[in-house]
Design a protein around this ligand. Sequence first.
Ligand SMILES: Cc1ncc(COP(=O)(O)O)c(C=O)c1O
Length: 399
Amino acid sequence: MAGAELIGKEEIKEVMDVLRTGVLARYAFDKERQGIWKVRDFEKAFAKYTGAKYALGVTSGSAALKIALTALDVGPGDEVICPAFTFMATYEAVLEVGGIPVMADIDDTLNLDPDDIPNKVTPRTKAVIPVHMCGAPARIDKIIKTAKKHKILVLEDNAQGCGASFKGRKLGTFGHMGIFSFDHYKTITTGEGGLVITNDRDLYHRAEWYHDHGHDHLSPVSRALDGRTILGFNYRMNEIQGALGLAQIRKLDRVIAAQRKNKAAIKEALAPIPGLKFRAIPDPEGDSATFLGFNLPEEEQTLAFQKALKAEGIDTVRFKDNFWHYVPNWEHFLAKSTANSKQHPFSDPRNRKVAYSRKAIPHAEDLLGRTLIMGMNVKMPAAKIRAIRKGIEKAAKIL
Ligand SMILES: Cc1ncc(COP(=O)(O)O)c(C=O)c1O
């Protein structure tokens, strides 16, 4: 649970600063807020931490995806390549802007396989969304190279990889835009919340306008006198979220360091198991270590080991069984059960009919069937780690 485990006096202090002013909104009320601008400060701190030029706080990671796609001008008729292993929000966001998600395979990183991108590109492809699942990087260098070759935009879904990096550069800064989630399960949390980063001034402005009804945020005197730019909506982060984010980002490196230490100790216990392989991480130094992934040679063995671990009190997830993170299991998505009865955008005759067949993603079918994922916590006392290690040793006897 990462950041949520460390909520304490720093968060209380930051939130109290806001409550004392009584101004919970991020814009306007300049006099009443007495110099307190928590969302703005959080955005600045986040931009500095990641090395991005611009950061925009928003209401959720899902909203961040939609805002970024909108800023990138992805819309009706556009196809967007997304990995088969991701949280549903990645696909939902593409549909929200009227685009069509095109499912691609994963590689041994469990993230988007760069080599599958060319197979999925059509004249309608506008963008690709690599997702850095479970806190560790995709082969982002190769993805960027491939996307450039095919002249498609890159939006990094880094909801799960806050603070992670690839060869010294923070994830989220490789693509044209990157997004983050701060929901309660994430590496740092604001309860609900998200953020968009980019180095491109125009993309930042389009995101900023869209997330706040097209306000240009230029009037120094009154929000009512702002100019109107593009039609938008309301995805504004509030000051309480900004305050929590400020306290949490200061703890981010501590969260990652603790998770890395715990992960290393548990990996040691798994390493001697014959045939066991750890998830490939293209840059281990960049792992945020929120999860530990490993695989066994056979699916049946994996299921048996998972059961034996469970008997020792050790929970793991086999994502081939998961209903929220693996496209072939989303029966409502496959049935095109949109919230309205129009089934837009699937039903638009101008769109290509895209298939989401298990046969098209052989690596995902194989790897996710043989991979177990364990969540890492920040607070894992020595006794808990010892018990997990012992449990692993005991469970491994069935192999
Ligand atoms: C990969 C991925 N993308 C997007 C999201 C959406 O984030 P939020 O829950 O903040 O809307 C999540 C949340 O779990 C996620 O895991």
